[in-house]
Write a protein that binds this ligand. Structure first.
Ligand code: MN
Length: 492
């Protein structure tokens, strides 16, 4: 990890992607934070100001909105010094102070064990629902802390890294912020799984050497073909898979030779039509592998990811994956929910968009987060890998891995769940406890005479929604029975 630059470097960096940025505000925020933290030291022995400055640099390296960079410089001031939020508001205005307030509310980790874990999640969900920008700063803050873990005792190091992999990275993933997710995971990997890290690194580096050469040749041939066909190429380069996500794939596939996207060739073209034209030309050049053509443009991933993927046999007997997308899709894939606050390499930003699931998270946590069993369910619902299920009409529903027809039924409507009596998946009758697979087409058969859900369903449903509805139904039933008993007893 390179040492962070100075405030002058930071100002230059920000000016490079946003010439209209208020750079004197950056200088002011730095001076303000520097004064406030004067005399404080980090565990590493460095002056405290190194930390907010490094956090701001991480964001500027990622070309994040200057206002967020300013807030990052100030992010630890109210928490760690005598300076109040009011003073920040007076000096920097309400927008900056709101972000700093959000970070301060997230606070330092105060609880041990399970309670701390729940408390962290709860706070994070609330902060996220209120202002995504707070999470952007929080991720950068965590990334810098991960790069300075060496200064901490080993159990603490492990705990922070584990938390980053288990909570922060999945949240970044759900928000579509792949850059943050990747950095959080790669920096934590060696601290959480040291042996696995060493082993993976060895395989990774060895494989990479071979594949980079193949990829380079394929890129040159393809580029020539695209150009002569009149397709305008905005960018075309090889991208390595990140080491932690390579490790995850190794665990799934069990064999490095079955991983085809360690190096992928990423081509960026102006329009969606160009994407499909490019795919056609690539297939004309190289023979595609069966079942490896993925159209995430027509069917985006739940976190918004869009791209065309195809894996082809090369003339040298190798296998290479292509990823084809527009500049908008590229920015979306790296920054997702944060795309609006990010300047892409070509100087533009995306419109701000509503993210519904953040709101959903906030509502759910408000209702039930104080119980551990529920927390586990929320983790499953929102943070695990998702599968796509199709209705007979072609609507896409995303559910957690392992979800069953009953989960699907409750996702459609409470009544469909309560009256659910059977399921037809890909034109075959299946039992209600069968786990669904990615791409399944499902039709639920309801029986309007059915009294309600079965208690046994609780043993296999995966989503929080399904569990909640089944439990509520059973509770109501019990309530009615109890009430009936008292009425009968009184009559006697
Ligand atoms: Mn901090």
């Amino acid at each position: 990890m390179a040492t962070a630059g100075t405030i002058q470097d930071l100002i230059e960096k920000v000016k490079a992607y946003d010439p209209k940025a208020e750079t004197d505000m950056l200088q002011l925020a730095y001076d303000f934070a520097n004064n406030a933290h004067a005399g404080q030291l980090r565990k590493s022995g460095e002056p405290y100001i190194f930390h907010p400055l490094a956090t701001a640099h991480i964001l500027a390296d990622m070309r994040i909105d200057p206002a967020i960079v300013i807030a990052a410089l100030l992010h630890d001031v109210p928490e760690d010094t005598d300076i109040s939020l009011d003073e920040i508001k007076k000096n920097f205005g309400s927008e900056i102070s709101l972000m700093v307030k959000g970070i301060t509310k997230l606070g330092k980790l105060k609880y041990r064990g399970v309670e701390r874990y729940i408390e962290n999640l709860r706070k994070m969900f609330v902060a996220m629902a209120e202002d995504i920008r707070v999470m952007i700063i929080k991720f950068a803050d965590r990334i810098h802390n991960l790069t300075t873990l060496e200064a901490l005792p080993s159990p603490k190091r492990y705990r922070i890294a584990l938390e980053s992999i288990e909570i922060y990275a999945p949240i970044a993933n759900r928000l579509g912020m792949d850059e943050f997710k990747g950095k959080l995971e790669d920096l934590s990997f060696q601290h959480v799984y040291p042996k696995e890290y060493q082993k993976t690194k060895q395989i990774y580096e060895e494989k990479l050497r071979g594949e980079l050469n193949v990829a380079k040749h394929i890129l040159e041939v393809t580029e020539k073909e695209l150009k002569s066909s009149g397709i305008h190429i905005i960018d075309f380069r090889g991208r390595n898979k990140r080491i932690y996500s390579y490790y995850q794939k190794l665990l799934r596939k069990g064999d490095p030779d079955k991983i085809y996207d360690l190096v992928a060739l990423r081509v960026i073209v102006p329009t969606i039509a160009d994407c499909y034209a490019t795919l056609g030309l690539i297939h004309k050049l190289w023979k595609p592998l069966k079942g490896r053509i993925k159209d995430f443009i027509a069917q985006p991933k739940p976190n918004g990811y869009q791209s065309l993927h195809t894996t082809v046999f090369t003339d040298t007997g190798g296998i290479v994956e292509f990823q084809i997308r527009t500049p908008e899709m590229q920015q979306e894939s790296e920054f997702g929910a944060a795309a609006h606050w990010h300047y892409d390499e070509w100087g533009s930003r995306r419109p701000n968009k509503e993210i519904k699931w953040v709101q959903e998270l906030a509502e759910i946590q408000r209702d039930i987060l104080n119980k551990l069993s529920d927390l586990e369910e929320i983790k499953v619902d929102f943070l695990q890998n998702r599968i796509f299920i199709f209705t007979p009409k072609g609507d896409v529903i995303d559910l957690p891995e392992g979800a069953t027809p009953v989960d699907f039924a409750y996702h459609i409507h409470t009544d469909v769940g309560d009256k659910c009596n059977g399921a037809i998946v890909n034109e075959q009758m299946i039992s209600l406890d069968t786990p669904l697979k990615n791409g399944d087409v499902i039709e639920i058969i309801t029986d309007k005479n059915r009294k309600g859900p079965s208690r046994d369903w609780l043993k296999f449903v995966k989503t929080h929604t399904a569990k909640m509805h089944i439990r509520n139904y059973l509770k109501d039933q019990k309530g009615i029975t109890d009430w009936f008993k008292t009425v009968v007893t009184r009559k006697k």
